[in-house]
Structure formats: C-alpha cells, structure tokens
Design a binder for this molecule. Structure first.
Ligand code: TYM
Length: 336
C-alpha cells in the first residue's frame, strides 16, 4: 500500500457518461490496487440545482451500481453517499468562514451553471466548492483523481487548506494534489468538439451513457460530428480538428494507447473505417458494465446496505478530523 489517501466524488444527477468513466472512474478503479481509496456519491452537491426527490434517490442508486459495475470494490474502497456523513456539511460551514468571496467569485463552473440568471442561483451553488473542499479534507486526502474540469475547484481546496493551516496550525491539513489523466482529461461532446461531454446537455446524442445499449452506442458514433479529411500521421495536425481529435482521444483512452499510437495505426484512413472500430471498442467496454449494473440495480436493499456500511467507515475517519478541526478553532466540545 502506497502512502497517501485517495478521495474523489461524483454527482448523482442522471446517468454516468463516457466522460465520467474515462476522465475519472477508470482511474479510481486502478488506484484501488495500491492506495487507500474513498469514493463518494455527492448527493448534497446534486441539490445545488433543483432535484426531484424521486430522481435523486434513483440517480444515487444508479451511480452506486454503475461504480460497482465499473470495478469499485466495496470490500476494499469506501463507497458511500455524502448525505449519510454529516461531517461534510459541518466542515463546509467552517470552510465558508475561511474561504473569501474573491476566491469563489473566480469559479468558472458557478458562472457556467448560474448563467445569465445569476440572482436566481442558489447560495448552495455558489458555495459548492467549499463543500467539495470539505469532502476532500475531512479525510485528509492527498490525491484527488478528477477530470480537467475540476482542476479549479481543486486549486480552491488547496487554498482553503493553506489558509486554514496558517490560521490554526501548521500542517493541520495536507495539501491535496489532483490526479488528471493525460489522454482523457476532457472528453468532448460528440456533436461539438469544443464543448465538454456532460449530463446537462439537452441532446442525448452528444454523449455516450454507461447504460446505453449496443445499438444506440453504434448509432451515436455513426452520427458523431467529424470532418471529411482522413486521419493524419501525427497528433499536431489534429489541433484544428476538435471533433476528430476527441474521437482519437476516446479510442486511445479505451485501448490504453497514446493519441500518437492511434494516429499511426489509422493514418490516411477516413472515418468510415475508424468509427466502426471505435464503436466496437466502446461496446466491448460498456456492455459488461451495463449488464452488471442492471443486475446490481435489481436489489436496491443490498445496495443500500453497501452504502450504509461505506458511510459508517467514512464517518469513522471524518469524525475525529472534524473534532480536531473544531478543537484548534477554539470550539468547546464535550469530551465523549
Ligand atoms: P461530476 O459529477 O461532474 O463528474 C465526476 C467526474 O467525472 C469527470 N468528468 C469528466 N472528465 C473528462 N471529460 C468529461 N467530459 C467529464 N465530465 C465529467 C469530472 O471531472 C469528475 O472527476 N464537483 C465534482 C464532484 C465532487 C468531487 C468532490 C470530486 C464533489 N466533491 C471531491 C472530487 C473530490 C463534480 O461535479 O463531478
């Protein structure tokens, strides 16, 4: 077991998609081998935008099942949902009193999600990154595997840890490092290579969901936007071709190769040849996950038991961290 603790989270807002899988979850699975790993379904983050109660519980189950089906081992990793561990919300409040407005005002995700109707965004959406800092620091985690879009939130977490340490005790919190994949840091929409693949995009044809059936996956790849040029023999020439570059990146991540390896394999070929190969790779990766996910979802009582067990294990780590944090801040606490 290597030193350091890994923590990461995913929101239960709809189904997981290929961006979540290649950008984060595949990495989460690999890290279990030689690290202590804690993975959280961040349901408190999900309610920063309006959620239907029944959709929230369904999505929590689906995400949990999907993570287990993707290879998260609940006997090894701690897997739980955030709202069952109250220390996250309490530590987030303490961090709200450490983080500065100026830091939060810079967050691009808030600007994107709040859009033009900023006055109507929830306070929770604005304070979202302090809760994320609490998620990570409640476990004194040192490594945080995420996609590139979370980099700025991680920087804010680091700023909060540094500020807390300088106010209340040197080295109280470790300063966590992001772990960002090289090939799949940012998977883009299948319809627009300049915008991120995301759950919130209105068209389902912009993304591959981990519960899409094989025919739908093939259809989505067939309809994915490309250009009429053949694939070049070097990655540099893909720079001005965002859709082509995205598909090459997806193929590379699925087959554990570099983008350079992929362009050498397909150099001179058109998308007529490349797309069916890509669809086949996707189906080979996704269909076993989807099938396993459906089996797991047929017993939500067992799934809830896993999450309750994970929450207990998580709480046993977070509770003393929060107590120590309150103690250095000067709160009077009972000793039992
Ligand atoms: P979320 O739920 O949006 O996404 C979960 C993970 O998937 C990654 N990801 C992507 N990676 C590559 N390409 C994409 N198109 C793509 N879309 C999503 C995300 O970067 C993320 O790693 N704020 C976080 C959840 C969170 C968290 C945390 C993460 C809450 N607390 C503490 C780490 C540590 C989020 O909304 O992720």
């Amino acid at each position: 077991m290597l030193d350091g603790r890994v923590f990461s989270g995913v929101q239960p807002t709809g189904n997981l998609h290929l961006g979540n899988y290649l950008g984060a979850i595949k990495n989460w699975v690999g890290l279990q081998k030689d690290h202590e790993t804690i993975y959280c379904i961040v349901d408190l983050h999900a309610i920063t935008v309006p959620q239907e109660p029944t959709s929230l519980s369904t999505a929590t189950h689906e995400v949990a099942a999907c993570l287990i089906a993707s290879g998260i081992d609940v006997n090894n990793s701690i897997l739980f949902n955030q709202s069952q561990v109250p220390q996250h919300a309490e530590l987030a409040w303490l961090f709200n009193c450490v983080a500065r407005l100026g830091w939060l005002n810079r967050m691009t995700q808030f600007k994107e999600k709040a859009g033009k109707n900023r006055e109507n965004a929830t306070v929770g959406l604005y304070a979202y990154p302090t809760l994320m800092a609490a998620d990570i620091l409640a476990y004194k985690a040192t490594y945080v595997p995420v996609g590139e879009d979370q980099k700025q939130h991680l920087e804010l977490t680091r700023d909060i840890a540094i500020a807390f340490n300088s106010m209340f005790g040197e080295n109280f919190f470790p300063i966590p490092d992001p772990i960002i994949q090289k090939t799949a840091a940012r998977i883009m929409s299948l319809r627009d290579g300049t915008s991120k693949m995301s759950k919130s995009s209105a068209s389902d044809f912009t993304r591959i969901n981990l519960n899409d059936d094989d025919d739908l996956i093939a259809q989505k790849i067939k309809k994915a936007k490309t250009d009429s040029e053949p694939l070049p023999d070097n990655v540099r020439e893909l720079e001005e071709r965002p859709e082509a570059r995205n598909l090459v990146g997806i193929y590379a991540a699925l087959t554990n190769q570099t983008e350079g390896d992929v362009v050498s394999e397909f150099s001179g070929e058109g998308f007529g040849k490349f797309k069916p190969m890509l669809a086949e790779c996707l189906i080979n990766t996704i269909s076993p996950i989807r099938n396993e996910m459906n089996i797991i979802l047929s017993d939500t009582v067992e799934l809830d038991r896993f999450l309750a067990e994970g929450s207990k294990r998580a709480q046993s780590i977070a509770e003393p961290v929060l107590a120590a944090c309150k103690s250095v801040m000067g709160f009077v606490q009972s000793s039992n």
